[in-house]
Design a protein around this ligand. Structure first.
Ligand code: GDP
Ligand code: IMO
Ligand code: MG
Length: 423
């Protein structure tokens, strides 16, 4: 049995796509279990850059089965344009399977995402406005439309009309916006259904059988630990479960079938959207990290908020996903910064906190306790052996490992497929 989970251990955009692409080359099945096209995973393979939002990054492997699991919310138009983009670049997508139970993002979800954000005013979450939250709301309310419903013409038409009528009451009466006419999208969605039919499957069976047969399976996380709806910085979170536990919920396999949990972190921290962020940098160092690290959203192009590495968050990620190892990306982005800081704990009302607090009011009061480490000037992007890295890089990695209480098994020194060093 070899089932590995890769999750984001910070606020998303840790470079999961790159690591998953590397591990996917040794995997026979790659699976997405949660989220939707709010994700943006950048993979650079053979000099070509791919920005994937819904398709598992394993799609670039020729013989890899790629699964979109039960817990993913699927915008069919976005998925089909991604399939078209991949086809135009010579990537075969015949091995893609989408679970019948996956919920479908409908046009009213996208409209409501925008209207709800606007109504929140200054308290907005900063969502990607892709309809993710409203789609998961319908799932929890038990009025969602799943892929199996989309594939049944009569059921889909009836459900789409029924739901639009309900949503129009909110759209016109609560948010005072213009009603949606279901006749304007139903035919388009029925066309999507015909194109998606060949990919539809009961992926819970495919996955179970693959694991039982000893195939190498990789679970591709989206978003990150602090965006988890239960564990994250609620309400500034997404509406799904990016932690390792989400894999079981969103694919229909049990926890006993998972062997390894790898957490991806950056050598610093970024976040998009709103909410407290203890180590956030508002100075030139923050600007340098943003510019050198190209920290702008893959999906929305929004500048990402940047800050020092936070070991309180690191430990939280290790604990809540039961991580067996850490991948530390983007060490190269820190090159040239003379003094680096790592947050080892928080100071709140005169008390030292070592664990990430539940309450955002408490988090907002937390002052990071910093430890300073000497930086490095050497270009590390071409180094491939751990021993060849400058001493200060190795000291930095060792300290991260020590403070997080988990082995760093790989470090990233550039965006390319080969710019990683296995320890
Ligand atoms: P994901 O959402 O976790 O897959 O991450 P994103 O793709 O949104 O953002 C990570 C960005 O960092 C992408 O542009 C990657 O190509 C890039 N990247 C990943 N690892 C490294 C690294 O070690 N060094 C540098 N410079 N860039 C990296
Ligand atoms: P990847 O997989 C970073 C953030 C949004 C917003 C919050 C809720 O690329 O790491 P949503 O549209 O999900 O309701 O927005 O979550 N967010 C992400 N931030 N990386 C992501 O994905 C994200 N997906 C959602 O910015 O703050
Ligand atoms: Mg991303």
């Amino acid at each position: 049995m070899s089932a590995k989970v890769v999750i984001g251990a910070q606020w998303g955009d840790e470079g999961k796509g790159k690591i998953i692409d590397i591990l996917a080359q040794q995997s026979e099945v790659v699976v997405r279990s949660q989220g939707g096209n709010n994700a943006g995973h950048t993979v650079e393979a053979d000099g070509v850059e791919y920005k994937l939002r819904l398709t598992p990054s394993g799609i670039l492997g020729k013989n890899t089965t790629c699964i979109i699991g039960t817990g993913v919310v699927v915008d069919p138009g976005v998925l089909l344009s991604e399939i078209d983009m991949l086809t135009s670049k010579g990537v075969n997508t015949d091995n893609l399977k989408i679970d019948y139970r996956a919920h479908i993002i409908m046009p009213y979800h996208i409209v409501l995402d925008g209207l709800m954000e606007k109504a929140r005013g200054k308290g907005d979450i900063g969502t990607t406005k892709n309809g993710i939250g409203p789609c998961y709301m319908d799932k929890a309310e038990r009025i969602g439309i799943r892929l199996c419903d989309l594939l049944d013409r009569d059921i889909f038409i009836a459900r789409a009309k029924e739901n639009t009528e309900i949503k129009n009451k909110f759209i016109t009466k609560v948010y005072e916006a213009e009603a949606i006419n279901p006749d304007e999208f139903i035919d388009k969605y029925l066309e999507y259904a015909e194109r998606l039919r060949k990919y539809a499957a009961d992926t819970t069976v495919i996955l179970h059988d693959a694991i039982k047969a000893g195939k190498k399976v990789l679970f591709e996380g989206a978003q990150g630990t602090l965006l988890d709806i239960d564990i994250g910085t609620y309400p500034y979170v997404t509406s799904s479960h990016p932690i390792s536990g989400g894999v079981c919920i969103g694919t229909g396999i049990g926890p006993t079938m998972i062997d390894e949990c790898i957490g991806v972190m950056k050598a610093y921290i970024t976040r998009v959207g709103k909410g407290p962020f203890p180590t956030e940098l508002f100075d030139e160092v923050g600007d340098t990290i943003r510019n050198v690290g190209h920290e702008f959203g893959t999906v929305t192009g929004r500048p990402r908020r940047c800050g020092w590495f936070d070991a309180v968050i690191g430990r939280f990620g290790v604990r809540t996903s039961g991580l067996t190892s850490i991948v530390l990306n983007k060490l190269d982005t820190l090159t040239g910064i003379p003094v680096l800081k790592i947050c080892t704990g928080y100071l709140k009302d005169g008390e030292v906190l070592n664990d990430f607090p539940a309450s955002l009011t408490e988090l907002a009061k937390c002052e990071p306790i910093y430890e300073e480490l000497a930086g490095w000037d050497e270009d590390i992007t071409g180094i491939r052996n751990y021993d060849d890295l400058p001493e200060n890089v190795k000291k930095y990695v060792a300290r991260v490992e020590e403070l997080c209480g988990c082995h760093v098994s790989m470090v990233g020194v550039g965006p390319g497929r080969d710019q990683n060093i296995v320890r």
